[in-house]
Write a protein that binds this ligand. Structure first.
Ligand SMILES: Cc1ncc(COP(=O)(O)O)c(C=O)c1O
Length: 430
């Protein structure tokens, strides 16, 4: 085959405003951090950054868990690492499913060989504590695996109280906070979460490719009881329990790499670590409560604007995530044609949907760096034009008008702020 370099010009992606359910545009400061020079895996500067990442993500997850680190890979790498390391074949896992990502937790647990028991909710709703309590009492699972924010339905499962129930029933509590962390309250310690994983590409304002994880001492004990060090770097310790069936996602070995032993495992993804560090640094510099309030404000403005256009919002709004809203595609409108029109004419991406919601709703995000007034207003103005062209009856100016009203009422924004809060500290060092 004859290949010429000129057939492959340098990558030059189009400018897009990513207003879907994630990924969203990364904060430019995160991209700048990612272009910093590479250093060796055991360079004291690198191990120093690894320790800083652990400290910063303790702040992000609101925990004092020593075992707070990154799993290299996208968010599902974190999910897989948590489940394969906590659960042995034949052990019981309870998965309450209220959207696509509950199905993902079920599938991963099944692949690990767990006995999986599910509870199911209609998409657009969440579980009550009583429902979870009943299932825990009846099933006595080793692990409860529960999504916090399921982007497929936009719902935010309340987690406060779930940890207490798990403790009462002798169950470990794992949650997938990929879509919710940073834009919705999350308190690993006070909610008694044993394991939580996330990703950067939603409210944390980074690219996908790194999965922050935090593990309680109880979870670490379970994982360490399966510690087997690789031949060739054997430290003379005795192998414990049943070996974790994945090498890459063996959290016992990953903890040895991130811990003071620095036992070699994978080669840490340096640029992703720089990016993950910057995401956490920016979030903590803004203040997590401020970031949650910002997501609440812009999410509320987007929802108000969509309603103002005459569109109908999907799902139980009292349990919607702050950072994404699902909106019904009006009757007679080709949902994909509208998405294409937004992309081609305005460079704006909104999300399609999965499963029972495919072709029924669009999902529109206001998260991370894009939880901003200008991004909300542009999206609503563009959507109005594209909808009008596709024959939909929309209220002229209704979208931006309702959003503007929402902003001026200040509802949803405890701080009365409409832009990402950039502290002097973040400005100076960003
Ligand atoms: C709740 C949730 N969990 C898991 C994932 C999977 O994440 P990734 O695509 O980064 O592996 C997503 C992605 O949208 C998600 O929203």
């Amino acid at each position: 085959m004859n290949l010429s370099a000129s057939d492959y010009p340098q990558i030059h992606p189009p400018q897009r405003l990513l207003m879907g359910p994630g990924p969203v545009n990364a904060d430019p400061r995160v991209l700048r951090a990612m272009s910093a020079p590479l250093i060796g895996q055991y360079d004291p500067a690198m191990t120093g950054y690894m320790n800083e990442v652990m400290e910063l993500y303790r702040g992000v997850f609101a925990t004092s868990n020593e075992a707070t680190l990154l799993i290299d890979g996208t968010s599902r790498a974190g999910i897989e690492a948590a489940i394969v390391s906590l659960v042995e074949p034949g052990e019981k896992v309870l998965v309450p499913i209220f959207g696509r990502f509950g199905h993902l937790l079920k599938e991963i647990a099944e692949r690990v060989g767990a006995e999986v028991v599910v509870l199911e909710k209609q998409w657009g709703q969440v579980f009550t504590l009583a429902e979870i309590d009943r299932a825990l009492r009846n099933e006595k699972p080793k692990v409860l695996a529960l999504v916090q924010g399921d982007t497929s339905t936009t719902m935010n499962q309340p987690l406060d109280g779930v940890g207490e129930l798990c403790e009462k029933h002798g169950t470990l509590f794992y949650t997938d906070a990929t879509a919710s962390l940073g834009g919705n309250p999350f308190h690993a310690d006070s909610w008694k979460v044993d394991a939580a994983t996330a990703g950067l590409q939603k409210c944390l304002g980074g690219p996908s490719g790194s999965a922050p994880i935090t593990l309680s001492d109880r979870a670490v004990e379970v994982i360490r009881s399966r510690r087997h060090v690789e031949a060739g770097i054997d430290d003379g310790s005795t192998p414990q329990g049943r070996r974790i069936s994945s090498n890459y996602f063996d959290v016992a070995m990953i903890l040895d790499y991130w811990g003071p032993q620095r036992l070699n495992h994978h080669t840490e993804a340096t640029s992703m670590l720089y990016g993950a560090r910057e995401c956490a640094r920016l979030l903590l510099a803004e203040g997590i409560d401020n970031a949650v309030a910002r997501h609440r404000l812009h999410g509320a403005a987007m929802a108000a604007g969509l309603t103002g256009l005459g569109l109908r919002i999907f799902g139980d709004q009292s349990h919607r995530m702050n950072n994404v809203v699902a909106v019904h595609i009006p009757d007679g409108v080709d949902g994909e044609a509208v998405r294409t029109g937004l992309l081609e004419d305005y460079g704006i991406e909104i999300g399609t949907s999965f499963g029972p919601l495919h072709g029924v709703v669009w999902r529109i995000g206001t998260m991370g760096y894009n939880a901003r007034k200008d991004a909300v207003m542009l999206t609503l103005a563009a959507l109005e034009q594209v909808l009008r062209r596709s024959g939909a009856q929309v209220t002229a100016g209704g979208g931006v008008g309702a959003a503007a009203e929402q902003y001026s009422s200040g509802a949803g924004d405890r701080l009365g702020r409409s832009e990402p809060v950039i502290t002097p500290e973040a400005e100076a060092t960003g």
